[in-house]
Design a protein around this ligand. Structure first.
Ligand code: UTP
Length: 823
């Protein structure tokens, strides 16, 4: 039935459907309806419709002289009516499609008995109508890929005498030539000329890499269409018309301005108009597309003859201003440009910047440039001053407020004192990698205004809705202080960036970087830019990668996964790491005790993992390792501070059910069912209390843990069985939101595994004893908690299995608890 009504849809056996347009199968009618309303289907319908109209309005023309230009063809066919576009074959000489604005024009061209151009008779016929077939667009080559390849760069760079010279060469090789600069100016003046016709007194202002001092061949042409004066012009002519009651033949009446009120029109409406002018009136411009949903909406276009890809925006005064800021910075210190070029090329080679190559979101060039400036602001002797300092140095004429943001800075770099820093380019590049390889991205906000990395928690309160969108990398725009220019990045991007910085820093310490090879081998920047040579030497420790030797589990600080309430608590806290660490510790403990039914006893400093070998020896010798516990009156909060609670010296200390407040609050209602226990079947003798105060954690803590059952073995199946049973009895039981982050369910799974073991006659002997040392790191590297797990007694050799299980289970469950239960 469906196929009869809609030619795009084909009915398949068993009630399934196929959408011919999108080339996808859909399982049932309901999904089909959703599919038809979906973005892709709608988009393809609209493309098909546009193509149909284009075909109906187009002529196929051939027989002209090779080398005939678009302009000549337009000239000839414009006699029959306005031509809206010309599409020529790739060789520019065999055929062309001429698209008219109306069918009438097309018909009058077809009615012409003969078309002669440059002495040649043209063949003119209606364009063939082809069935529309969707072919996914090939990803457009990123503009960065227009940079010379490393093979081409290599011989030139290797000829240089040192890294500084190599970097200077990059600027010469990548930057615009005079003719390129001229070409851009011509395209800009062409656009200005046409737009002035339609938007009197408007201004086309270039920004971004075309003018900021960091230009690269074929980089985008970013343009801002300033309509401020046009608005005034429009208001004035409107006012005078109203006063006199006469409709004057002003420019605005002639122009499209009579159709729109610039003062009240939406940005999207103005951009549609801009797109129309570009499409219809600017010669040589094609592929015009208004992108109105972006953070900064633009009209995209390509200027055919120059090959330039351009964007026009109408609401982007801040970008024009930050372009001047970048220009000022590059004028302030001549080392900035070569550094930015080197870092950009390196980042492109490592797929860290520019268009994504399928490895996740990447930094844009603006963000990368800000990273270089921030690094230079943070040298011991700063190379570039803070934006705040520049603001203080701004003269009267330099004062500038845009959208409420203070964008004042001096316009003339020569009026500022030069930096006393005289480090070489070679050193600065190497230090750039060191700096960011060690940088604590996740818990800092890079702030060029103060030339400081501010704690992320200082940005948690939503002041008048002007907080930046925080993520794993936070680079605050120097002026628009609520804009994180790296907000698109995810954790993986952050880790990849840091990893590549660490690897690059390592390479930069080698002689291969610092000295020209006497044997003619590649050296310096060439090896740095080469994807394989650096990583082949082995990578240093990277967050997220677990070192098997130390049995370390990494629990990263993830702001995004903290509850709103938790964020509030962290907000502006002096040392949020310590606070967060306390919560992580409580959550880890809850995972071990409540979910996995471990017995965990806080150990004092003397018993931390460093002394494990001694413990091991004692256990193997059949001794109780705790008989000679030193002073156990230690609180977790401060290992040196004596507590009034003392163990009896015979047994490991234990977190007491009554006093483990945070763990209790985290476990929520589930705590009643899974009481703070000595594991269900006993095994260890009674323990005395030791207070656990997560809010006062000092940054590290250790526990002595006993695991009573192989809680990892068959866990997934057991969980599935339990969930199935729960679903049958109650529908909401497996909903994590209702059970304190999954504690109940996980506790049940562990209990069930324990019961199974008991049923098969297992004794109450512990499966494993291990120490758990938690430590928060961060400040010089990404904030995270490291859980170092060391076996104390592993007679049955099960520790590896347990560790592999815990590697995934512990961070996942800890995160869940942090998300849901911390109050
Ligand atoms: P790009 O990231 O495109 O930088 O931003 P670019 O230097 O022009 O490099 P190409 O064009 O990729 O070679 C272009 C301009 O857009 C503004 C800045 O003015 C920047 O110079 N911009 C970009 C912002 O204002 N904020 C952003 O988050 C990104």
């Amino acid at each position: 039935m469906e196929s009869e009504q809609d030619p795009d849809i084909q009915l398949l056996p068993r009630g399934t459907f196929m959408c011919r347009l999108c080339e996808v199968n859909v399982p049932n009618r309901a999904s089909l309806e959703d599919h038809k309303k979906g973005k892709k289907h709608q988009k393809l319908c609209s493309i098909r419709e546009t193509r149909k109209v284009q075909e109906e309005h187009s002529l196929f023309v051939s027989g002209f002289q090779h080398g005939t230009s678009e302009l000549e063809i337009t000239d000839h066919f414009q006699r029959f009516g306005p031509v809206s576009s010309i599409i020529m074959d790739k060789n520019q000489g065999v055929y062309a499609f001429v698209e008219y604005g109306s069918i009438e024009s097309l018909q009058s061209a077809l009615a012409e008995p003969e078309h002669i151009m440059n002495g040649k008779r043209l063949k003119v016929k209606p364009r063939e109508k082809k069935e529309f077939k969707y072919t996914p667009k090939k990803k457009q080559a990123p503009s960065n890929s227009l940079l010379p390849s490393l093979e081409l760069l290599s011989p030139v760079l290797c000829q240089a005498n040192d890294v500084d010279e190599q970097m200077e060469k990059l600027v010469q090789l990548f930057g615009f030539s005079e003719s390129e600069e001229r070409l851009r100016e011509l395209v800009i003046s062409l656009i200005q000329e046409v737009f002035s016709e339609f938007f009197p007194e408007c201004k086309i202002i270039p920004f971004g890499s075309t003018v900021n001092g960091f230009n690269i061949h074929c980089c985008d042409l970013d343009l801002f269409l300033d309509l401020e004066h046009t608005k005034i012009f429009q208001a004035k002519s409107k006012g005078s018309n109203e006063q006199t009651g006469v409709i004057e033949d002003t420019q605005s009446e002639d122009s499209i301005l009579s159709d729109i009120d610039l003062e009240t029109a939406s940005e999207a409406e103005v951009l549609e108009l801009v797109a129309m002018v570009l499409r219809k009136c600017v010669p040589g411009v094609h592929k015009v597309q208004a992108v109105t949903t972006a953070r900064r909406p633009v009209v995209k276009f390509i200027h055919k003859d120059s090959g330039l890809h351009g964007d026009i925006s109408v609401n982007n005064r801040l970008a024009v201003r930050n372009t001047s800021f970048l220009k000022l910075c590059s004028a302030l210190d001549k080392r900035l440009r070569p550094l930015v070029y080197a870092v950009r090329y390196w980042a492109k080679q490592k797929h860290l910047a520019g268009q994504s190559s399928g490895r996740g979101p990447t930094l844009n060039n603006y963000a990368l440039t800000l990273l270089v400036i921030f690094f230079l602001q943070n040298r011991e002797i700063p190379v570039i001053p803070s934006v705040n300092h520049l603001k203080e140095l701004a003269g009267e004429g330099d004062q500038c407020i845009i959208e409420g943001w203070d964008c004042s800075f001096p316009s003339d770099a020569s009026t500022l004192p030069p930096s006393k820093n005289c480090e070489s380019l070679c050193t600065l590049l190497s230090e750039f990698f060191n700096f960011y390889g060690q940088f604590d991205f996740v818990s800092s906000v890079i702030c060029l205004r103060d030339r400081k990395a501010l704690p992320v928690t200082a940005f948690l309160s939503n002041k008048e809705g002007k907080s930046p969108r925080l993520g794993p990398v936070n680079i605050l725009d120097p002026f628009e202080l609520c804009h994180n220019v790296a907000a698109n990045l995810n954790e993986r991007s952050e880790q990849r960036f840091r990893k590549q910085c660490l690897e690059a820093a390592k390479y930069c310490r080698s002689l291969q970087y610092q000295r020209k090879s006497a044997k003619g081998k590649v050296w310096g920047l060439v090896r740095l830019f080469n994807e394989d040579s650096v990583s082949a030497e082995g990578s240093p420790g990277v967050p997220g990668e677990v070192s098997q030797e130390r049995m370390v589990i990494d629990i990263p600080f993830k702001l995004a996964s903290l509850s709103e309430e938790t964020r509030k608590k962290l907000c502006n806290s002096d040392d949020f790491r310590q606070l967060w660490f306390g919560w992580v510790s409580a959550a880890v403990l809850s995972v071990l005790e409540d979910m996995l039914k471990c017995t965990c006893c806080i150990t004092p400093a003397a018993l931390q993992y460093s002394t494990t070998a001694e413990h091991c020896a004692k256990l193997e010798a059949g001794e109780d390792p705790h008989t000679q516990l030193p002073e156990l009156s230690t609180r977790v909060a401060d290992h040196n501070e004596p507590s009034d609670e003392v163990l009896d010296g015979k047994n490991p200390p234990e977190v007491n059910s009554n006093e483990s407040d945070t763990t209790a609050s985290m476990a929520g209602e589930s705590l009643n069912s899974s009481k703070r226990h000595r594991c269900s079947d006993g095994g260890a003798s009674s323990c005395k209390k030791l207070r656990f105060e997560p809010e006062n954690m000092a940054g590290n803590a250790s526990w002595y843990c006993t695991l009573w059952h192989k809680v990892w073995a068959g866990r997934r199946k057991m969980r599935r069985d339990i969930l199935r049973g729960l679903k049958a009895s109650r529908t909401d039981e497996n909903d994590d939101d209702n059970d304190g982050g999954g504690i109940d369910l996980e506790a049940r799974v562990s209990e069930a595994i324990a019961q199974q073991e008991r049923a098969s006659g297992n004794t109450s002997e512990p499966v494993l004893n291990f120490t758990l040392h938690l430590e928060v790191v961060g400040g010089t590297e990404s904030t995270r908690t490291l859980a170092v797990i060391t076996p104390v007694q592993d007679a049955s050799g099960l520790f590896q299995d347990f560790f592999h299980f815990l590697q995934l289970f512990l961070p996942k469950m800890t995160e869940k608890l942090l998300e849901k239960k911390i109050k």
